[in-house]
Design a protein around this ligand. Sequence first.
Ligand SMILES: *Cc1c(COP(=O)(O)O)cnc(C)c1O
Length: 385
Amino acid sequence: MSHLFANYKRLPVSFLSGSGCWLKGNDGKDYLDFLSGIAVTSLGHSHPKMVEALTAQVEKLLHVSNLYEIPEQERAAELLVETCGNGHLDRVFFCNSGAEANECLLKLARKYAHSKGLPPQVLVTTNGFHGRTLATVSATGTPKYHEGFAPLVSGFSFVDYNDTEAALKALDECCAVLVEPIQGEGGVIPAEGEFLSALEQACKAQDKLFLLDEVQTGVGRTGHWLAAQHYGVQPHAVSLAKGLGSGMPVGAVLAKAELAELLGPGTHGTTFGGNPLACRAVTTVVETIGAEKLLDNAREMGEYLRKRLLALAGITEVRGVGLMLAAVTERPAGEIVEAAFQKGLLANAVRPQVIRFAPPLVVKEQEIEQAIDILGSVLTPARIS
Ligand SMILES: *Cc1c(COP(=O)(O)O)cnc(C)c1O
């Protein structure tokens, strides 16, 4: 009998160790990891630079609290501003997860509304996902995540994703928009360029906040530091987490300075957020993405994977950008994922007929070929003669 909460449905395997795109199972099998712990292990498993940096940091110092200066935090923030900041986001707040980063965005939006006399309402989208804390789950546009948790946090207006007309209308009663540039948990659904740019322009014209949830899309996943760069939009702030620490739990908000100023001393905080170990991970991730040209690799390998998936019988559509991809399948995705798992490939059925692929940003062509071989063998079951 397990002493754990039963809130996860787990596959019957555990992993003993990992290297690059590969995991060693306790069943003696090697698994090709095309999920990266849900878009987290961006540098792959046990990247030598991570092992070296984190080992050195553990030996030196783990935690001191935000009562003191933390040079590792300053360094990580400097690098994030240089890369994900895209020339206009210049302040960073560190926390521990994607939901916490979005909580910070939502609290910023409330502060902003009250400082400007705007309605403290935030525009969000149906089928979106922003986390599991009470406020972020309230902002999440998937009704099943709300079941049994009433009363939810109020102050959210929902519109359909990519419905520009409805969004512009609903914006009248809001102070801010919070949207994923590509809906991840919703099934890897990219925003239409027009939807994001219309919202950006309307927010800027009306002095409202254009906020992007880049928890899944950020830090190289789409072949850009931010998916915002892919779309050519400039948000007032973004949330980051998943790939940010390549496995160290860490989240961050990047914001314009005038927005960051709304949260002065004592207004917001976290005990663990931005501790030296987490920040050392962030610095190493950002440096390594740069040094190993992993943005280019994500774009090139993403295109390669897309092309190879599209050529498989049983796949009708491939969606996504860079290495955040999903294949729409003719057969139930759950059955295919299960069969692929048996053959040593990890991916997940993000929707009943949609398989999500998010391999580490270091993935190589040959590993994609191995994944395609496995998928090809399970997509169309061998004919019974
Ligand atoms: C995963 C995810 C979150 C929540 O992140 P946690 O670290 O699980 O709290 C929020 N937004 C998006 C877009 C995500 O993909």
